[in-house]
Design a protein. Structure first.
Length: 262
C-alpha cells in the first residue's frame, strides 16, 4: 500500500463508458457531478492534494456485469500501486461464493454494495450466505441511509451486524446519507466503521465533528465519493473539522491501514 492519505470511497469506470455511468449517478441523486469518473482524473486530483492511496470500486446494476467489473477493477489496480480494489456482487447472480473466491484470486481486497442502486435489502435472506462467506475474510462497504428507499436503512445493516459479529463493515456517509441521527441510534453500540463521504456539505462541520467524537475517531475513514465530488475539495473541507491531529491521522490513513491489514 502506498503512503499518504487514503481515500476509501471512489468509483472508477472505463473511459468508453465513464460519461454514461457518471450521468446515471447524477440523475439518481439529482446533483451535478464534479468529476468524470476516469482513472486519470482520480489520480490527478490525488497528486494535487497529497492523497496517496485510493480504494476503488464499481457496483454491478445487473448480474451480468459482475465478472466484467471485477476484471476491470483488478486490471486497473495491477497498473496502479496507489489503488486497492474492491469487488462487486449481485443478489441475483449464480454462484456468488465462486465469484468471491475468483475476485480474491484477482487480488481484490473487499466488496462494495449499493443497495439502493442494486435494488436489494441489506438484510435480504439471499445476501446472508454472501456475508457468511466473507465474514472475517473481506471488509464490506455498504451505501447506507437514503430517505427515498428502505433498502439501505440502518436498521437492516444493524440486523446483519448482529447476525455476523465478525463482519468488517463500513457504513458510508456517517452511517446514513440522509439520516445520520437515526443511524447513530442503530450503530453507536454496534461494531462497524463509517466514512465521511458525501456528508459534510449536508450535515455541517459542527454536527460532523460531534458525531465523530460521539462514535470515536477510530471508527471513521476519509472518503470523497469520487466522481460525485473532487477528492481535493473534500480533503480541504475535512481539514476544517474541529479535530485533534491524532483524530485526523486516524481518519485520514491509520484506520484504513487497519482494515486493509497494512
Amino acid at each position: 500500500m502506498s503512503s499518504g492519505i487514503v481515500d476509501f470511497h471512489t468509483h472508477i469506470y472505463p473511459e468508453k463508458i465513464a460519461a454514461k455511468a457518471v450521468a446515471s449517478i447524477g440523475e439518481f441523486y439529482h446533483v451535478p457531478m464534479q468529476q468524470d469518473g476516469t482513472v486519470e482524473s482520480l489520480v490527478a486530483s490525488g497528486k494535487n492534494c497529497g492523497i496517496g492511496h485510493f480504494v476503488v470500486f464499481s457496483a454491478a446494476a445487473v448480474p451480468g456485469q459482475v465478472t466484467a467489473i471485477n476484471d476491470y477493477i483488478a486490471s486497473v489496480c495491477r497498473g496502479h500501486p496507489e489503488f486497492t480494489g474492491f469487488g462487486t456482487l449481485h443478489k441475483d447472480m449464480e454462484n456468488p461464493q465462486g465469484e468471491i473466491e475468483r475476485l480474491m484470486g484477482l487480488g481484490l481486497r473487499g466488496l462494495k454494495f449499493h443497495p439502493d442502486m442494486q435494488r436489494f435489502d441489506i438484510d435480504d435472506e439471499r445476501m446472508m450466505d454472501i456475508y457468511a462467506a466473507v465474514e472475517g475474510r473481506l471488509p464490506v462497504i455498504f451505501h447506507t441511509g437514503d430517505y427515498r428507499y428502505s433498502f439501505s436503512h440502518p436498521a437492516r445493516l444493524a440486523r446483519v451486524l448482529d447476525t455476523f459479529p465478525k463482519l468488517c463493515a463500513v457504513a458510508t456517509h456517517f452511517g446514513g446519507w440522509s439520516m445520520v441521527d437515526i443511524a447513530y441510534d442503530y450503530f453507536h453500540n454496534r461494531r462497524c466503521y463509517f466514512d465521511v463521504s458525501s456528508s459534510l456539505p449536508f450535515i455541517g462541520l459542527r454536527r460532523a465533528a460531534e458525531l465523530i467524537h460521539s462514535y470515536g475517531a477510530e471508527r471513521f475513514l476519509f472518503g470523497s465519493d469520487y466522481p460525485m465530488w473532487d477528492p481535493a475539495a473534500c480533503l480541504e473541507e475535512f481539514m476544517r473539522l474541529d479535530l485533534s491531529d491524532n483524530e485526523r491521522e486516524q481518519i485520514l490513513w491509520k484506520n484504513a491501514r487497519t482494515i486493509l491489514g497494512e
